[in-house]
Write a protein that binds this ligand. Structure first.
Ligand SMILES: Cc1ncc(COP(=O)(O)O)c(C=O)c1O
Length: 551
């Protein structure tokens, strides 16, 4: 078993450090890093070829147009699409799905029609259909997952008997990594008379897909998950469907002739490409595909799966580690939880050790609801990751569990009536690592909120972690607020915050700069924006309360 990856040196960003340690980038499902070939292609375009496409009357514009259309051909060839004009450039998967929902959907769906969605779908393959359903009065039914994480195919077949108009499938789950039997599902859906869209955002980064063999009607994907630039992706559709669909956005490029009386539209693919496209993005994406074509994708896939197996074997020895079931076949991505640790706390700990993972609902809230979890941690690997990085993940998780165990056994437990020592330790910490430990101890000592206050009414919107704030004045008219959060780091910060304001008059609080008062702890630099914003949301609530306490 080799510990390196032969492809790693092609990705310059992977040599950066994070929090003073080599970066272990395990958040590839969110976006992938870019090989030098892609970065160079972007630079080369702006240095040598930059001009607008399809409308120029000069050599540079012709060159840009040629390169732009060549990129479309490269992508089409790679995807097994015989007719490049059926490949429409979009900003990414989200825009591609919205395009179909708002053109084909509005044209073809009507009141009472059924749309089938998957339980594990990304919000991008749910919300556009909900918006459509609301607009035309269609119904939505959901294909559930089984307990083992695989799709419930028996229920799928039953749902198909209700003759859905549209089936929106996901090739690979971004939250679980499951590879679904898409070709079979497309075939069944089409046999039932449905039109099928496949969200391929998480499939293409891991294995080649030939659309001619998949059997879907529409296929959507994003370049940035495919080692290409952000802001570029595509929709492929069957020619007869694309031709029958009305245009989506109006403007330049998508027209044949415009007069104030009547406008006629361009043919494919331009009918759906209004305005100046992301020219450099298409060239970068073509370079990414060129890069993939130069390598043996089966070897890359095998390496990724070795990483996944090794990571899971190492993590299995960490007390409290539990993988979320993902069915029989997955790509190199897994979701997990660590017993008694909030996922945001774990992600924060890993980040402090240079390991980038994703924590939260992964834009799959309906899946999290079905799992009965507020969120999970997700480690997602690409072929440039190494076995060493897989081991670092497991080691860091183990360290977290062990450090907490020793903390519990050695620290004097602060109590609700004696929180000051724990609070003092936060201020006295010499560096962030020590402060983090002190914050964790403070969170453990915090009394928390009784269940009757952990209700919707007290939830503060704006953070990924659930946080509750109960604003109140004592009988002398001074602030006596209470707060709590699911993640320990936020709970601790709330204790710090409340220690600054409780006991003061509303007027005193309203003249304070609460954000600045926390700066000395260097918190903002170490908090993810979502958590940082969460804290900010709570500060804003307290400020509003201090302004009008009797409202
Ligand atoms: C399965 C899936 N579908 C759709 C999307 C949305 O992709 P984009 O944000 O690039 O449009 C994502 C992104 O995470 C995804 O994983």
């Amino acid at each position: 078993m080799t510990h390196s990856s032969p492809w790693r040196r092609d990705f310059p960003l992977l040599s950066v450090r994070s929090h003073g340690q080599p970066l272990a980038y395990l958040d590839n499902a969110a976006t992938t890093q870019k090989p030098r070939q892609v970065i160079d292609a972007l630079g080369r375009y702006y240095k040598t070829t930059n001009a607008n496409v399809h409308r120029g009357s000069h050599d540079l514009s012709n060159q840009a147009t040629q390169a732009f259309e060549q990129a479309r051909q490269t992508l089409a060839g790679w995807l097994g699409v015989a007719d490049p004009s059926t490949l429409i450039w979009t900003r990414g998967t989200t825009e591609a799905i919205n395009l179909v929902a708002q053109t084909w959907g509005i044209q073809n769906l009507t009141r009472g029609d059924l749309i089938l969605l998957m339980q594990s779908a990304h919000h991008a393959n749910i919300v556009p259909w909900q918006m459509l359903a609301e607009r035309v009065g269609a119904r939505i039914a959901v294909i559930p997952l089984q307990e083992d994480g695989d799709l419930d195919m028996a229920t799928y077949r039953q749902l198909l008997e209700q003759a859905p108009k549209l089936v929106a499938l996901t090739q690979v789950s971004n939250a679980l990594g499951t590879v679904y039997p898409i070709a079979q599902m497309c075939q069944q859906a089409r046999a039932a008379g449905a039109t099928v869209l496949v969200d391929g955002a998480q499939g293409l980064p891991h294995f080649d897909t030939h659309l001619s063999e998949l059997g879907c009607d529409f296929y959507a994907f994003s370049g940035h998950k495919l080692f290409g630039p952000t802001g570029i992706g595509a929709l492929w559709g069957r020619r007869e469907l694309l031709e029958s669909m009305p245009p989506w956005q109006g403007g330049g490029e998508m027209i044949a002739h415009v007069s104030f009386d009547h406008t006629t539209y361009a043919g494919l693919p331009f009918k759906f490409e209004a305005g100046t496209p992301n020219i450099s993005g298409t060239l970068g994406l073509a370079a990414a595909v060129g890069y993939l074509q130069q390598h043996d994708r089966l070897t890359q896939e095998a390496h990724e799966l070795t990483l996944q197996t090794h990571a899971l074997e190492c993590c299995a020895t960490v007390p409290g580690f539990a993988r979320i079931p993902a069915g029989e076949r997955t790509v190199s991505l897994f979701s997990f939880v660590l017993a008694s640790h909030h996922q945001q706390d774990v992600a924060h700990w890993l980040d402090s050790r240079g390991i980038a993972v994703r924590a939260g609902h992964h834009c799959a809230m309906p899946l999290m609801d079905a799992l009965g979890l507020p969120g999970t941690l997700r480690a997602s690997f690409a072929f440039y990751n190494t076995l060493g990085e897989a081991e670092r993940l497991a080691l860091a998780l183990d360290e977290l569990v062990q450090s907490e165990r020793s903390q519990i056994s050695t620290s004097v437990p602060a109590t609700a009536s004696q929180p000051q020592p724990a609070l003092d330790a936060v201020y006295q910490a010499r560096d962030w690592n020590q402060r983090y430990q002190a914050l964790m101890a403070l969170a453990q000592s915090a009394p928390g909120l009784p269940a009757e206050f952990k209700q919707e009414h007290y939830l503060v919107p704006g953070c990924e972690t659930r946080a509750w704030l109960v604003t109140a004045l004592d009988d002398q008219g001074r602030l006596a607020c209470r707060a709590d959060a699911d993640a320990r780091i936020l709970r601790a910060l709330l204790v710090v915050l409340l220690s600054k304001i409780n006991g003061l008059t509303p007027h005193e609080v309203s003249t304070m700069n609460l954000v600045a008062s926390l700066e000395q702890l260097d918190i903002r630099r170490h908090l993810s924006p979502s958590r940082g914003n969460g804290l900010l949301a709570i500060i804003r609530h307290i400020e509003a309360f201090a302004e009008t306490p009797n409202r």
